[in-house]
Design a protein around this ligand. Structure first.
Ligand code: ATP
Length: 296
């Protein structure tokens, strides 16, 4: 298990981290969320010893992280760190050897991952000859080649096309199912909601919210009601108590409903106003939970 304990880091007058704590178990896929500048990259870099925190600790399996333990970690950094002129297969194999694999093993695993990503025929090309999305796939291959126990990915979905996003999501889920501890940052919250059971949301260097996505959504004090009422007077919604319009598109409205408001009352009012075509009640999305947590 990876444990980040009370990490703090200041750059000049900027407090990048103010006591960030989180944990990722083996087999868990954790979404690490936060607005730009919240401290996600700084936290991730701390796990690899690339940032020296002012205080706090990072532990793996209950112990301080040694160089040896770190060889069993895989990292896909935000500033993708591959060599533009190196040949693709050699590059991935090189990362394998950096993590202690024999040349033979590293080359055969590199070939396996290239083939997994549909890049087998690009093995002898150079990185700079690949498209952005394929460079991203190669960066992931470099992080995975040594079958790490912990996988840390900084915005792995950025810049991928929908097919690439789906493939990346599947790989991360497969890795977690196989027992790897996986943590990744992303701004694509609908994707995170589909992929992760658990999230940590940080804001201005502190954890704003953490837990199971389902519970965080269910615990939100407001519910959303999706309504479509045809042939209703335009102002009928304005007379409802305890419900505020979030979005409106013709006859369709999305309402924010306060706790304690009786749904039956809303349904009766809608039926009196017109022809009810849709009436669905749900907790807020992860996106809405996120916006509330970071104060927007
Ligand atoms: P993004 O979503 O934009 O990638 P982030 O959550 O990863 O953001 P960080 O990159 O961790 O955020 O940055 C946190 C804060 O620390 C920001 O205010 C950033 O400007 C600052 N910071 C990060 N690295 C440095 C550095 N090397 N020198 C000075 N300030 C830094």
């Amino acid at each position: 298990m990876l444990e980040v304990l009370e990490l703090s880091k200041t750059y000049g007058h900027i407090a990048a981290l103010r006591g960030v704590s989180l944990r990722v178990e083996r087999g868990q896929l954790l979404g690490f969320l936060g607005p730009n500048g919240a401290g996600k990259t700084t936290t991730m870099r701390s796990v690899f010893g690339l940032v020296a925190p002012d205080s706090g600790q990072v532990r793996w399996g209950g112990n301080e992280i040694t160089e040896e333990a770190r060889l069993r970690f895989g990292y896909m950094p935000e500033e993708r760190g591959l060599y533009p002129r190196m040949r693709n297969l050699d590059q991935v194999a090189y990362f394998g050897m950096l993590h202690g694999m024999s040349r033979h093993n590293a080359e055969s695993e590199a070939a396996r991952w290239l083939s997994e990503f549909g890049l087998a025929d690009r093995a002898k090309d150079r990185l700079e000859e690949l498209s952005h999305g394929n460079q991203q796939r190669l960066q992931l291959a470099a992080a995975l080649v040594h079958s790490p126990d912990l996988l840390v990915l900084d915005e792995p979905f950025a810049g991928l096309d929908p097919l690439g996003v789906a493939a990346m999501g599947e790989i991360l889920a497969t890795q977690a199912n196989a027992g790897t501890a996986v943590i990744f940052s992303s701004h694509q919250l609908d994707l995170v909601e589909d992929l992760c059971d658990d999230v940590v949301i940080i804001n201005e260097g502190s954890v704003a919210l953490a837990g199971a996505v389902r519970q965080l959504r269910a615990a939100a004090p407001h519910r959303h009601l999706q309504l479509e009422v045809r042939d209703a007077p335009t102002d009928w919604i304005d007379t409802l108590r305890g419900a505020a319009v979030i979005a409106r598109d013709g006859d369709r409205v999305r309402l924010d409903v306060s706790e304690g408001v009786e749904l039956s009352t809303l349904l009766e009012a809608a039926q009196e106003a017109g022809d009810v075509v849709e009436f669905s009640y749900e907790p807020p999305s992860l996106n809405e939970v996120f916006l509330a947590a970071v104060g927007q």
